[in-house]
Design a protein around this ligand. Sequence first.
Ligand code: DLZ
Length: 161
Amino acid sequence: MSGKGAPELAIRDVGDLRVAVIAAQWHEQVMDGLVDGALRALHELGIDEPTLLRVPGSFELPVVAKVLAGRGYDAIVALGVVIRGGTPHFDYVCQGVTQGLTQVAVETGVPVGFGVLTCDTEEQALDRAGLEGSSEDKGYEAVTAAVATAATLRSVSEPWR
Ligand code: DLZ
């Protein structure tokens, strides 16, 4: 598994950041783990009232992220899971959500945590979902990455405000 090399992030004084979590609804058990991990990470960071919105599928994550980025959020976390099936949908959905979320972050300057699992099998997704017995906790990681990036952006913008 590819969690090797992940950094230990030092994140401080972020309790006042406004964070939104957007979660798709395909593959319920995996999504429950990702959402739980994201909310646990936010709680540990002192962010106890995040906005949590649900969308039907991962393909819908970028449009909601884009609108929220224009409404004053400091960081957005996108959660989803796409599992390869027998149709080309997998590639289209993965490409759309990955490019879409990247575009939102770069165009708006609001960090978007990428908590979208793209897996061949449901077992792989469960192993990354932060559930009991999982080896990785991608919802938690997506929050820490987005919040750490928002804190970095705030630290460079404050002296000139
Ligand atoms: C259509 C589709 C398929 C085949 N698989 C997934 C999936 O594994 N994970 C997911 O989040 N969404 C999937 N979708 C739905 C699309 O994301 C989207 O909701 C629909 O194409 C409607 O726009």
